[in-house]
Write a protein that binds this ligand. Structure first.
Ligand code: ATP
Ligand code: MG
Length: 305
């Protein structure tokens, strides 16, 4: 089942006095299936936040259709099952985390006892235990991000839209958020998130959409985007001198007592292996190196030939 379907989404911003037009979204098509983690990837200014704001009804698109569970997104009912973490969550400074989450729970009419239990659990889950009574003006960026995540989860949403959820988090926080998101997927939830941190995406997403300059340039299963895309081959060898190796192939590095030769051209493998053996060297392994999401992303934005 399709939980989010965006077709031909267009959005133009105007400068003051409407003199200049900036076409930011130039016909975006995105589809997100129920139960998957969808990574929305793109460089700064590509239009990720603008797309997300259109989904959330914070901006009005010029053209196009956004359906949530088959219903137009511009109704509150259609958006009700969505938990949303904005790019820069901003909260009222003089509340504490408990008060803010209680306020959010009351907006969703969650009964007090259930809210209490859920808030305690969420505070633990997002790693804010011990900071429940600290005023939010004293929160660090990472703590605010954690609180934003708790708030996004307060009504136990089926569908989560997270704009840069990892921003401001330290490596431990990133790992905790990854685990939290994977855990939500296991519970059957759907997650749509934008991020620049490719490693985080690579570790979690089922499908990815790459937006560049207001257009989706690639969309697909991560496994399909990466599959069959061998970037290069590595030959691991030892028992050969650096001098001999340099004559065989110039592109190698030393790691402990082994050498790793990188070959861009598959056709060179046999010749290099034979030459190492001929020089009484030991060939330990020949490994294909798969493309990463980063390679695909850089390729798309034209930074890799
Ligand atoms: N309200 C606005 N008025 C005019 N231009 C805007 C407005 N909001 C965004 N833009 C422009 O639209 C473009 C896309 O911005 P957007 O915030 O969607 O990018 P993004 O992909 O989320 O980038 P980032 O990775 O930096 O968060 C940018 O060039 C930005 O300057
Ligand atoms: Mg953004």
């Amino acid at each position: 089942m399709r939980i989010l379907e965006i077709t031909n989404l267009k959005k133009t911003f105007h400068s003051n006095f409407l003199i200049k037009k900036y076409r930011i979204l130039k016909g975006i098509d995105i589809s997100v299936e129920a139960g998957e983690i969808y990574g929305f990837l793109g460089p700064n200014g590509a239009g990720k936040t603008t797309t997300i704001k259109c989904i959330m009804g914070l901006l009005f698109p010029d053209e196009g259709e956004i359906l949530i569970n088959g219903r137009p997104a511009d109704t509150i009912d259609a958006r009700r099952p969505i938990g949303f973490l904005p790019e820069n969550p901003y909260f009222y400074d003089y509340l504490n985390a408990n008060e803010l989450l209680n306020f959010s729970a009351s907006l969703y009419s969650i009964p007090a006892a259930a809210a209490r239990e859920r808030i305690d659990r969420l505070i633990q889950q997002v790693g804010l235990a011990g900071f429940e009574r600290l005023k939010l003006r004293k929160f660090s960026k990472g703590m605010t991000q954690r609180l934003g995540m708790a708030q996004a989860l307060i009504q136990d949403p089926d569908f989560l839209i997270l704009d840069e959820p990892f921003s401001g988090l330290d490596p431990i926080g990133r790992k905790e958020f990854r685990d939290l998101i994977l855990n939500l997927k296991e519970q059957g939830k759907t997650i749509f998130f934008s991020s620049h941190i490719l490693q985080d995406m690579e570790m979690m997403v089922d499908r990815v959409g790459i937006i560049i300059n207001g257009k989706i340039s690639r969309q697909g299963k991560l496994s399909e985007l990466i599959a069959g895309s061998t970037r290069c081959h590595e030959i691991v060898c030892s028992q050969i001198s650096e001098k001999q190796l340099a004559l065989i192939h110039p592109n190698f590095v030393r790691r402990d007592n082994q050498y790793i030769i990188t070959l861009d051209n598959e056709a060179e493998i046999n010749l290099v292996v034979e030459s190492i053996i001929h020089n009484n060297g030991l060939v330990i392994a020949v490994n294909p190196v798969k493309k990463t999401l980063e390679d695909i992303f850089l390729n798309e934005i034209g930074e890799v030939q």
